[in-house]
Design a protein around this ligand. Structure first.
Ligand code: ZN
Length: 98
């Protein structure tokens, strides 16, 4: 990821704030979910909804709309958009709407 700040409504997640979203994602993503078995590192959060950009342990990215139910979700939830590389991430962030 570049060190530049993200465009609104996205803001960078680091340190403790990133851990919060990584832990909730790990809780919600159950066996059978397309991201199950991958480690997720939180990169950015939308300030207008619960969408979070994660870098995955296979070096791809995903935008996950967390449910905040604090227990395993029923796949395919939490709703997930997988993105191959950072250019795809930037496009998805630019096109993100509510
Ligand atoms: Zn949003």
């Amino acid at each position: 990821m570049s060190s530049a700040d993200f465009r609104e409504p996205w803001f960078r997640l680091e340190g403790e704030s990133a851990r919060t979203f990584e832990q909730e994602a790990a809780t919600e993503i159950a066996a059978g979910h397309e991201l199950h078995g991958l480690a997720l590192a939180a990169v950015a959060k939308c300030e207008g909804c619960d969408s979070v950009v994660f870098r995955l342990s296979d070096d791809t990215f995903a935008i996950v709309h967390l449910s905040w139910i604090r227990k395993p979700e029923a796949p395919p939830w939490p709703r997930t958009t997988r993105l191959g590389g950072f250019i795809a991430v930037e496009m998805a962030m630019d096109q993100h709407e509510h």
